[in-house]
Design a protein around this ligand. Sequence first.
Ligand code: FAD
Length: 408
Amino acid sequence: MNLTYPAEVEDFRTEVRKTLAEELPPGWRGIGAIPTREETEQFVLRWRGVLHRRGLLGVTWPVEYGGRGMSRLHQVVLVEELTRAGLPFGRQPLDSTGLKMLGNTLLQWGSDEQKASYLPGLLSGEIRFCQGFSEPSAGSDLASVRTRAGLEGEEWIISGQKIWTSGALACTHIFVLARTDPDAPKHRGLSFLLVPLDQPGIDVRPIRHMAGGEEFCEVFFADARTGASQVVGPVNGGWAVTRTLLTFERGEEAATNPILFRAEFERLADLARQTGAIRDPVIRQRLAASFARVEVMRYLGYRIMTDVLEGKELSAAASVSKLYWSEYHRQVTQLALDVQGLAGLIPRGKGPSRQQRADDPGGDPLSSNAWWQVSLNARAGTIYAGTSEVQRTIIAEQVLGLPRDVRP
Ligand SMILES: Cc1cc2nc3c(=O)[nH]c(=O)nc-3n(C[C@H](O)[C@H](O)[C@H](O)COP(=O)(O)OP(=O)(O)OC[C@H]3O[C@@H](n4cnc5c(N)ncnc54)[C@H](O)[C@@H]3O)c2cc1C
């Protein structure tokens, strides 16, 4: 494990700190301290504009596509500094899907034409992609997708249904995993397509979830169309492209998650002090266990970063990281509800601005609204990007070398 960063990366840290000092409003305490939800949303959009203008979105991307050609360690340092200052990296979940997942995948698999058409627009925010993978009968077993696409002349014609598509209503495009050869074995007959959402063959319907939000949707395709050149990677070779994308989805924040979760833990400890729950020996023990888990997460992050620097394959480590943070978050948010006791049932304060991961840094520890919404959303963390059961199978097979699980 290597705990030091090279000098040029530390120079970049200095640049980021300088940018934050110049661009943040005076007295900045973190995004959670902004008084209302509307003001928070306005700030997030404005802040995304600042990151774009200062060349801090897509720092690892090549200069020709609007990036800065830096290393992944530079990206980690950037997100470390933003997280420490209580700032989001872009607009979530759209930038997670567009920049982190699709942008990075296009750099690996996209044609020159696709990179030139999409990457600058993803950075500016004019092009916004959602993820069209899951279907009503294909989630964990993603390769069973039934949405079909066939080439007719210069276009792919697509029919079928996707579900749980986060942010679809705010997006301009969707990337779709579709069956393009129904006769091939299921992993070999799939293609990865880039599809514009604004067309007559596509109907997007929001789904309201138990925390009250409507971030995810059903997307129906009835002879929807996209150009023949909009397939990423080989035709019928979409599974390999999908695996690349899932690794970006699961593993990218391994080194920076612990900073976010540590800030949330500090707010929980504050809550326990202010409510007096800290005097309860069982609560104290559970707090101590949570602190220990955040520390383990930190060292896990360092280990994964060391692997990245040594150019090792990330896939199984990404699963370890995803399983660890999402299971931790369910436990710690349940503890937050227990610390509040009956008082937590009375809605108070502002809800969180983000629907995924930890609560907003700088938020009021006594906001029961924030804790219960984050706690409900933490239930989703062990499902999206692959459930805990699926991650355990990957770890069992790829890390521990246990015999392969039974496949249906
Ligand atoms: C907040 C949120 C946002 C999401 N956003 C998106 C999005 O933007 N785009 C998108 O495409 N999808 C999205 N999803 C969907 C997500 O990827 C799926 O929910 C997930 O892959 C699980 O699939 P499923 O819901 O069909 O459950 P299923 O696959 O039906 O699983 C049901 C249960 O069975 C277990 N199980 C299944 N197979 C196995 C096995 N082989 N071994 C052991 N246990 C098993 C699972 O662990 C789970 O507990 C989102 C989900 C959530 C919760």
